[in-house]
Write a protein that binds this ligand. Structure first.
Ligand code: DX5
Ligand code: ZN
Length: 224
């Protein structure tokens, strides 16, 4: 399926040689670089910011998919856009003015999206379906790589896919459906079957020596 995107999360990469890791994983067949931003406030962990995004930007032409796990969000949006981000997503409950934050992302030339924690309601989509390019569903609680996939996410993926279909039936723009957390070779097929088209995987890819082999296996599972 040519519409599939595999987005390795560099959270599980070797931070001491991040440029090389980015280059290697794209050469290995990945489509996007998933960039996890944590602030030790919205989530109990601290990672990387716009300066690191700018530092890896020259290492690949692939889209950088910035997942903001921060509160507040707005001040970081222009900084990430300038640092070379292509897609920026944020958690709606972390922004006081969701519509404004989404507009800010698009005004800065990036694709915009909302992220839903496992227990966050999809109602945040109600009035902004025409203002988003991507919906990101968390299949773990955000904060750490290497957690297990929460099975209740599968129903939520199906419900979200239905919303996207209804939106498109009314002439709406295309919207990607991305899933993040605990995705492995042995469960990616059911995540795909539930309706996802974009797959984040951190530990499953960077935890193996041969990135190309894992990515090829993921694609083969989806194609089955
Ligand atoms: C979790 C992050 C994920 C995480 C995925 O807070 O948003 O992107 O790195 O890692 P795995 O694939 O190991 O669950
Ligand atoms: Zn993420």
């Amino acid at each position: 399926n040519h519409d599939i995107r595999i987005a390795p999360s560099i959270l599980s990469a070797d931070f001491a040689r991040l440029g090389q890791e980015v280059q290697d994983v794209i050469t290995a067949g990945a489509d996007w670089i998933h960039f996890d931003v944590m602030d030790n406030h919205y989530v109990p962990n601290l990672t990387i910011g716009p300066m690191v995004c700018q530092a890896i930007r020259p290492y690949t032409q692939a889209p950088i998919d910035v997942h903001l796990m921060v509160e507040p969000v707005d001040s970081l949006i222009p900084m990430f856009a300038k640092a070379g981000a292509n897609i920026i997503t944020f958690h709606p409950e972390a922004s006081k003015h969701i519509d404004r934050s989404l507009a800010l992302i698009r005004d800065h030339g990036c694709q915009a999206g909302l992220v839903f924690n496992p227990a966050t309601s999809l109602h945040y989509l109600d009035y902004v379906m025409d203002k988003i390019d991507i919906i990101l569903l968390m299949s773990v609680n955000p904060g750490f790589g290497g957690q297990s996939f929460i099975p209740a996410t599968l129903d939520k993926i199906r419900a979200t896919r239905q919303r996207i279909q209804d939106h498109q039936a009314k002439g709406g723009q295309p919207i990607r459906l991305e899933v993040d957390g605990g995705i492995k070779v042995d469960n990616i097929a059911e995540v795909y079957a539930a309706g996802a088209d974009t797959f984040v995987a951190g530990s499953a890819i960077f935890g193996q020596k041969d990135y190309a082999n894992v990515i090829a296996k993921m694609r083969a599972e989806i194609a089955k």
